[in-house]
Design a protein around this ligand. Structure first.
Ligand code: GAR
Length: 185
């Protein structure tokens, strides 16, 4: 049985989709760790509900990115994690984590990459006036949302309601992330 970790900073709806799929055997893996950099984020209660051990930290409590990433790597090693899934983890992965787990980290991003990298991707796409939106899952490397693409899904939307695009996109994300993790494992 493979062992996966999910990193998140927000609500954790993708965490929940992955945790549910692991719990019911749809993803043949054990979800062994949740890492969150935002004390108070919704994902923390979800991890508790699923009985998934978590590391919650504040970057400001550490002298450097290398220092908190060393702590993360130690926990990933201890939990013998095979695959790290970033799910709304709003932090750039640094050299320490990439050095130890590069090639084993994937990310989900709410745009059709390489368009609209970085934060507020949906808002960027609306401001640009696109009519086709989408979701990308990619390998994480040292670039910003630039690693090799694993899966993408597009949808049409003609309007400027970012919340509606997020709602449509997240329904797609939950399915696509589970399908992609299954394929990779
Ligand atoms: C997801 O929509 C994900 O695509 C996005 O954060 C959201 C987290 O939602 N990620 C990024 O924007 C990464 N640049 P969740 O906490 O409900 O899973």
């Amino acid at each position: 049985m493979k062992r996966i970790a999910v990193f998140a900073s927000g609500e954790g709806s993708n965490f929940e989709a992955i945790a549910t799929a692991c719990a019911c055997g749809d993803i043949p893996a054990e979800l062994v760790l949740m890492v969150c950099d935002k004390p108070g984020a919704g994902v923390i209660a979800r991890a508790e509900r699923f009985g998934v051990p978590s590391l919650v930290f504040s970057a400001k409590d550490y002298a450097s990115k290398a220092e908190y990433e060393q702590r993360i790597v130690a926990l990933l090693d201890e939990a013998k994690v095979d695959l790290v899934c970033l799910a709304g983890y709003m932090r750039i992965v640094g050299d320490t984590l990439l050095g130890a787990y590069g090639g084993r980290i994937i990310n989900i991003h709410p745009s059709l990459l390489p368009a609209f990298r970085g934060a507020r991707a949906v808002e960027q796409a609306i401001e640009y006036g696109v009519k086709v939106f989408g979701i990308t899952i990619h390998w994480v490397d040292a670039s910003l949302d630039g690693g090799r693409i694993i899966a993408q899904r597009a949808f049409e939307y003609d309007g400027n309601d970012a919340e509606e695009v997020h709602r449509i996109g997240q329904r797609i994300e939950h399915k696509l992330y589970v399908e992609t993790i299954k394929k990779l494992l």
